[in-house]
Design a protein around this ligand. Sequence first.
Ligand SMILES: Nc1ncnc2c1ncn2[C@@H]1O[C@H](COP(=O)(O)OP(=O)(O)OP(=O)(O)O)[C@@H](O)[C@H]1O
Ligand SMILES: [Mg+2]
Length: 366
Amino acid sequence: MLLVLMYEIEFIKPDSFSSKELEGLVSALKIAGQKDVKTSSGKASTKGSGQRYKHLPSIEKTVSDLEDMGVRVYGFDETSSVPMDGTVMWENIAGYEHQKREIEDTVLLALQNPQIYDDIARGTRCKFETNRPRAVLFEGPPGTGKTSSARVIAKQAGVPLLYVPLEIIMSKYYGESERLLGSVFSLANNLPDGGIIFLDEVDSFAISRDSEMHEATRRILSVILRQIDGFEQDRRVVVIAATNRKEDLDPALISRFDSMICFGLPDQQSRAEIAAQYAKHLTKSELVQFSLATEEMAGRDIRDICMQAERHWASKFIRGQIPKDEKGEPPLPPIDEYVACAEQRRKSLPDRTRPAASRSGPPLKL
Ligand SMILES: Nc1ncnc2c1ncn2[C@@H]1O[C@H](COP(=O)(O)OP(=O)(O)OP(=O)(O)O)[C@@H](O)[C@H]1O
Ligand SMILES: [Mg+2]
């Protein structure tokens, strides 16, 4: 049973939401806004503005309502120094230093120090207008760390992150998706310390060619555009949208992004660093060998290859094809196993003949 307040909400219901379900979701987002944290002992630790919301339903009730309607709620316990399941830190995202820095500069610093940004804007503008980012686009091929980075931001920003995978909330019934999105945005606007709305795989509704879907797409897009424009100046709300098909996005949406962070395929050095996350027993020169075998592959490919190598190795051990080590335990997979799995994986990869500009490097800016 979930006992922690979750700052990240994932909708897994592959269908439309009823009014009752929408109400449950709205109440969950309100709870997320108060920053109350339940510890594993079941004791509530109230932080900051949480006191203001003590009349809201209990977290247990909200979580169980969400689970009943097929919504999965998960996150982390801020009071614990031990990362909980699903928590990602910058250290777990190897390489991509430019992108991390850019995220810190454009999203995190503004969320953590809004006053400084506003003071500067007050000193420079005839009419005050916030210079803090409202919308940022994460762009790049699949498996390059866009969603993982959003999770780190949620952890570091100290504000709730509302995770909205758009293709799942898309409904065949007109009106429901827009209502749901509208609720998410307006609740984020009402959060006492602001929040991040993460629109994952935002391209998933922009590429549809079906005319009925096209109409739904248009309506959802117009909600997003209106909402981004309507953010209150004094609020700390940022939309982060992720896509691997930027070219399919609506130009009006693209023009709303204050910044665009490009997650390219990792270069060789980054591939070695990613491999070191998942095969820490390999030597430096073995990691280089592995990185050469994974050219044109994304972080997710490298992780999957490592898992595959471990599975192969385990099955060989169980079948008695590999002897125990001196401690009587299974030895760890050698580099050859990883390289063989990488070669196997390469056969199933789509053609990734891409221009060099799309490799991991300094992020592109609008
Ligand atoms: N730089 C990296 N370092 C370590 N692991 C990585 C890195 N990039 C990706 N991974 C691994 O790949 C997995 C998938 O990454 P993630 O979901 O963040 O990719 P994405 O860019 O959001 O992909 P998609 O476009 O398909 O949604 C991560 O959970 C992580 O295990
Ligand atoms: Mg993703």
